[in-house]
Design a protein around this ligand. Structure first.
Ligand SMILES: Nc1ncnc2c1ncn2[C@@H]1O[C@H](COP(=O)(O)OP(=O)(O)O)[C@@H](O)[C@H]1O
Ligand SMILES: [Mg+2]
Length: 194
């Protein structure tokens, strides 16, 4: 049982794709302050243009700014996932965001990674500022995009055929590291370690 928020002030870094898939895999609500196609694809998805209610068992997808309305939820989240991509602007925005919520349990995930060494570069930069922050990465993949298109979670798409298991093997392994934070050992939630 957990309140999971995915937030960044930068768009296009993968918040919505990941939020939907995690919500569907965990059978959680998906709540967002940002219009997204997920609303058409997932029955437990809700759009709140103004104040978002605080619910347990929910993945919050916080697009754009709107700090005012997301602040309370972020403060009450069990974990905040902060996506960042391999560019200076994305990284800077993530660092500013992390600074603001540094008392919280945060997992930074570098997204759309072309090579694991890029992830290491990002990890090093993050750790220069926040030495103990939990970090993981998701390589560049069509897994989440295709899953969302079919209205499937990453797990559902990955498991659907031998072909998809082969095609998405690596990407699913990356994704599973994040998913398993909420499922391992029958515990629905445990804090990530860095
Ligand atoms: N790991 C990834 N590799 C490649 N493309 C990705 C990855 N994660 C997300 N994307 C794509 O990037 C685009 C933006 O993702 P989205 O989830 O909408 O970001 P945000 O919600 O942060 O704006 C989408 O086309 C999505 O399919
Ligand atoms: Mg989005």
């Amino acid at each position: 049982m957990a309140i999971i928020s995915i937030a960044s002030t930068k768009g296009g870094v993968g918040k919505t794709s990941l939020a939907f898939s995690l919500a569907k895999d965990l059978d959680y609500r998906y709540a967002t302050n940002d219009m997204s196609v997920v609303l058409q694809k997932y029955k437990n998805a809700r759009y709140y243009p103004r104040k978002i209610p605080l619910y347990d068992n929910t993945v919050y997808d916080f697009g754009g700014f709107d700090a005012e309305h997301s602040e309370e939820i972020l403060r009450n989240s069990d974990i905040i996932l902060v996506p960042t991509t391999n560019d200076a602007n994305s990284l800077m925005k993530s660092l500013i965001f992390i600074q603001k919520y540094k008392e919280k349990t945060i997992l930074v995930f570098a997204n759309m990674i072309d090579h694991p060494s890029d992830a290491q570069t990002i990890r090093t930069k993050i750790h220069e500022h926040f030495p103990n922050l939990a970090f993981t990465y998701l390589r560049r993949t069509k897994l989440l995009k295709n899953a969302l298109e079919f209205g499937m979670s990453a797990t559902e798409l990955y498991e659907s055929t031998k072909h998809t298991q082969h095609r998405y093997k690596q990407a699913y392994a990356d994704y599973y590291k994040i998913l398993s934070l909420f499922t391992t050992d029958g515990l629905y939630f445990r804090a990530p370690r860095s």
